[in-house]
Design a protein around this ligand. Structure first.
Ligand code: ATP
Ligand code: MG
Ligand code: MG
Ligand code: MG
Length: 472
């Protein structure tokens, strides 16, 4: 089953359960200026959950384009290293606005996976929030999932696991306990079931998160009950496609094959498993769709995140030996793959190509030179840390975003001297201030990763508070 068919099956299934099919919203959230990018299906419905907006329907289903490459929820560093993370992905979701709650949400998900898609039940594992006996009982008693495949997450496992099954939009906003469904890709792949220390491996891959929206967290940390308990679910279509197509990595699914082979042809490198090729295939999707949604490469905010992703892709191209601008040439195969589901992409194709090519030409002027500076610095190093002055020089003179230098460092098992970089940056800021150039606030460029918080998971203290609240 190809990705396009899967998307349609999902939407049709939920339409048959009384859900209104709603189009994906923009990657630039229209209703939330504090949010960097749309990174979950619920973003366009945030105000509906809060009871501040009313729709003509109380059940909806979407396939939402998402980007997780900045803000608290940042998967940029994972791309190319895990089988399951992208900067851009599509999230399939079903939503209940004060209509059905836990039991139907779980029932629908189970029916879709095991009856419509006919996934073997024995391959599926579930997690529930530690305190959520109701969800636990629905899974074990009503769906008949054996209890050894249901894990309660949140009890005394430390911050990392404790907060994982309590989903929150960010420091404020709708939130609630969740239950997640994992697929076991088989023992030939390293990794352990959810809740174990080996869970970060890629054997058990999380495919679907069902969130039971019950609270609104306000600025001072109080949790108020929402007007009506609601449901928000999200399932990455690429992960589900991998399962359905019997492959392990998302990069092996139909949609990525075209992008990878086109990239390989451009690089004259036939190895489709090359991690740089995967990074490029991933990045063309986020970059193209961000431009479609009106973001252009720049030195601040969203535009700087886009610039960072483009330059990262170009550097990986350079690593593969690409000589001429190549990145924009991947827009055509992307349109071939996704233009039908996203007509706005097909329509904006010329603008997207132009913006990418322009950025490629601009960075080409400094990339090679910068790489030489970096190679020399590395050759002259005694330890395993690239000094802050070099990182700053690359950033300031050669247009290397810090995370790009970090990406190169990671490939070679090296670290960056971040403190040294900060010092060099502050010195530059001082000089600029002394010279009266108030416009050049370098801090703007760096702060971008902290720009917004979106459903980052809480600290241990927060989790304790949430747990206490949930017990009430
Ligand atoms: P993970 O633990 O694997 O990073 P997550 O818990 O951060 O995933 P959620 O916030 O629960 O993900 O998002 C809902 C679903 O969206 C996930 O179950 C997964 O299928 C998909 N998803 C999340 N992040 C990514 C990503 N970076 N690339 C592709 N799919 C993703
Ligand atoms: Mg994640
Ligand atoms: Mg997770
Ligand atoms: Mg999750």
């Amino acid at each position: 089953m190809n990705t396009a068919e899967l998307r349609q099956h999902f939407l049709d299934f939920f339409a048959s359960k009384g859900h209104e099919i709603i189009a994906s919203s923009s990657l630039v959230p229209g209703n939330d200026p504090t949010l960097l990018f749309t990174n979950a299906g619920m973003v366009q419905f945030k105000d509906v959950f809060l009871g501040m907006d009313k729709r003509a329907y109380n059940r909806a289903t979407t396939s939402q384009r998402c980007v997780r490459a900045g803000g608290k929820h940042n998967d940029l560093e994972n791309v190319g290293y895990t089988a399951r993370h992208h900067t851009f992905f599509e999230m399939l979701g079903n939503f209940s606005f004060g209509d059905y709650f836990k039991e139907d949400a779980i029932k629908y998900a189970w029916e879709f996976l095991t009856e419509t898609l006919k996934l073997p039940k024995g391959k599926l594992w579930v997690t529930v929030y530690a305190e959520d006996d109701e969800a636990y009982n629905i899974w074990s008693q009503k769906m008949g999932v054996p209890t050894d495949r249901i894990t309660r997450i949140g009890d005394n496992k430390g911050a990392r696991y404790a907060s994982d099954n309590f989903w929150q939009m960010g420091d404020t906003g709708p939130c609630g306990p969740c239950t997640e469904i994992f697929y076991d890709h088989g023992e030939h792949i390293w990794g352990g079931p959810p809740g174990t220390p080996e869970e970060d491996g890629d054997r058990y891959i999380e495919i679907w998160n069902l969130v039971f929206m019950q609270y609104e967290r306000t600025k001072d940390g109080t949790m108020n009950l929402l007007p009506k308990p609601s449901v928000d679910t999200g399932m990455g279509i690429e992960r589900l496609a991998a399962v359905m197509q019997g492959v392990h990595s998302n990069y092996e699914i139909d949609l990525f094959q075209t992008l990878l082979s086109k990239g390989a042809a451009l690089a004259k490198d036939a190895d489709l498993n090359n991690p740089s090729l995967k990074v490029i295939a991933d990045h063309i999707r986020s970059c193209a769709f961000l431009i479609v949604d009106g973001v252009l490469p720049s030195n601040e905010g969203r535009g700087y995140v886009l610039r960072r992703i483009i330059r990262r892709a170009i550097r990986h191209g350079y690593k593969l030996g690409m000589e001429a601008p190549f990145f924009h040439k991947l827009v055509q195969p992307l349109v071939d793959e996704m233009g039908k589901a996203y007509p706005e992409l097909a329509k904006a194709q010329p603008q997207v190509e132009l913006a990418l090519e322009k950025e490629e030409r601009r960075f080409a002027e400094t990339l090679e030179h910068g790489m030489k500076v970096l190679e020399e610095a590395i050759a002259g190093m005694s330890g395993d840390t690239i000094d802050g002055d070099t990182v700053f020089k690359l950033y300031d003179t050669y247009g290397f975003p810090v995370d790009l230098t970090g990406d190169i460092a990671r490939e070679r098992n090296l670290k960056l001297d971040e403190t040294g970089f900060e010092t060099a940056m502050n010195a530059q800021r001082e000089r600029a201030r002394a010279a009266g150039k108030f416009g050049a606030d370098y801090g703007d460029k760096l702060d971008v990763t902290d720009e917004t918080g979106f459903h980052g998971y809480g600290t241990l203290a927060e989790t304790a508070r949430v747990t206490a609240l949930f017990r009430q």
